[in-house]
Design a protein around this ligand. Structure first.
Ligand code: G6P
Length: 489
């Protein structure tokens, strides 16, 4: 049994992630507009309120002049954020290249870049070098802000070298690393040319965390098979040093959503939306426009459902919110065109002069608008080809206290392991199965809907992001205490 040492009040948490929770746009020499960033990592981390937290990361903007750097640093300080400045060339090779064109697809089982993907970017080695350089820049900024006793929590696939670079600077630092994507089977991982170096860099951390037990298991197998190290029930052992590896399933801050849908202005908005879609069942998809989200497959399954169920033609609408993301990466540009083409074809085929079956939006909604949409939805359709966790499914459940709508969820999303008993699980590649699940969900009797919703609601409201962060930091503290004890013995 692990002892849990809660973080002391004086302990600061340095959260390091490639993207800060706010992204900046320049409005003048020294004036900045800050907007909330999108993505699962940010929505979960915003739920952490009980720590004295500092955020360190990239503000998503290229700033080359000193006035700009100083003024942005000042604007971000009010939000307890510290910027890491990355120049355009580095962003291209590190972020667009190694992170999003190599690691992201690989970790989601889409493999290494095919020839056409390689041809559009510079060589693999230069991307890997840039990745390491960017990780060094993050380590520099973290070291500048580090005070003895701080806990450092590194996030995601962008920062796999950070534990190593931090400990090289100061071996006393307490460093945890958490992956928000799946960690693939070692058979996939071993195709990556630089995998040994990456794995060794991560193993320098005191605690390594994943969303699910399967991802943790894959990581340990990669270390045993690729590095020849010993896997133990607690983690990975290398010459007497244990790196603890465990699963810490993330959650959301459910109260934020539950409170929002009670606000008078949101209730008003819910009413408007209900009137707008009166007489039709509402299906909803909310995704970053990313190939891992399986948006084309989802829309094709909806088409198949319409094809096979003419009675439903004017009685159901699919609202697909597709938030633009990583728009400089060619794969993402191609996906946007592909989705537009399919949506246009289906709306042309099944639409009338007054209605279309799919409303597709290429933008994000503000928080309140999103909550209202979640609340009026009859069926949420989440068909990721792979997904670390997928917190949209959690947000939907949190907003469904009165409607008790149905969640159709990909079996390849981490959330399938926690919401599997309440959701209808589908294989997103199986268009026929997804189409028939849509029919099943739309026709589901109230009693079954309530039962399924209840299961999910209990889970979402009892596994929060706050609790997730507390457990991770407690175990990180505990790992350090155990290591010190071992040294003293
Ligand atoms: C996923 C990743 C996050 C990332 C987010 C948005 O949730 O796990 O690390 O921040 O996508 O992607 P972006 O590239 O815009 O930061």
């Amino acid at each position: 049994e692990l002892r849990i040492c809660p973080p002391t009040n004086s302990q600061r948490l340095l959260v390091v992630a490639n993207r800060l929770p706010v992204s900046a746009t320049r409005k003048g020499d020294a004036s900045w507009q800050l907007e909330m960033s999108v993505g699962g990592l940010v929505s979960a981390l915003l739920g952490i309120t009980e720590f004295e937290t500092r955020w360190i990361g990239w503000a998503g903007v290229n700033v080359t002049d000193e006035i700009g750097k100083k003024s942005l640093t000042k604007a971000l300080a009010d939000k307890r954020c510290v910027p890491v400045f990355l120049d355009e060339d580095l962003v291209n090779l590190y972020y667009n290249g190694y992170c999003n064109n190599i690691l992201w697809p690989l970790f989601h089982y889409l493999g290494l870049p095919q020839e056409d993907r390689l041809a559009t970017t510079r060589s693999f080695q230069s991307q890997f070098d840039a990745y390491k350089k960017a990780n060094q820049l993050f380590a520099d900024v973290v070291s500048e802000h580090y005070i003895e006793g701080d806990v450092i929590w590194c996030h995601d696939y962008h920062l796999m070298f950070l534990p190593k670079y931090l400990k090289e600077r100061n071996n006393k630092m307490k460093v945890g690393w958490f992956l928000h994507t799946p960690f693939p089977s070692s058979e996939i991982q071993r195709t990556l040319p630089s995998q040994s170096e990456l794995l060794r860099a991560v193993l320098v951390a005191d605690l390594v965390g994943f969303h699910t037990y399967d991802y943790a298991r894959h990581f340990v197998s990669a270390c045993t098979r690729i590095l020849g190290l010993e896997g133990t029930p607690d983690g990975v052992e290398d010459q007497g040093k244990l790196t603890r590896v465990a699963a810490f399933p993330i959650g959301i801050d459910p109260g934020r959503f539950i409170r929002a849908i009670q606000l008078p202005q949101i209730k008003e908005h819910i009413k408007e939306l209900e009137e707008r879609f009166a007489g039709r069942k509402v299906m909803l998809g909310v995704d970053r426009l990313d190939m891992i989200k399986g948006i084309p497959q989802k829309i094709l399954a909806f088409e198949k459902f319409l094809e096979e169920n003419p009675d439903w033609h004017d009685k159901v609408v699919l609202l697909q919110i597709a938030v633009p993301t990583r728009t400089d990466v060619p794969e993402y540009q191609k996906l946007t065109c592909q989705v537009h083409e399919i949506v246009g074809r289906i709306n042309g085929r099944f639409g009338s002069l007054t209605t279309v079956p799919i409303h597709h939006l290429d933008r994000s909604l503000d928080f309140h608008g999103l909550c209202a949409l979640y609340a009026i939805t009859d069926v949420a359709l989440i068909t990721s080809l792979r997904d670390g966790m997928n917190l949209v499914s959690y947000e939907f459940v949190a907003c469904q206290a009165s409607k008790k709508g149905v969640l159709i969820l990909s079996e390849f999303a981490g959330a399938a392991q926690s919401l599997g008993a309440g959701a209808i699980l589908v294989n997103p590649w199986n268009i026929t199965e997804v189409a028939s699940s849509i029919g099943y969900a739309l026709n589901m009797p109230a009693e079954e809907r309530e039962k399924r919703h209840h299961h999910n609601f209990v889970h979402v409201t009892s596994h929060t992001s706050q609790e997730w962060a507390e457990t991770f930091v407690s175990e990180l503290n505990d790992t350090i205490v155990e290591a010190q004890l071992r040294i003293r013995q």
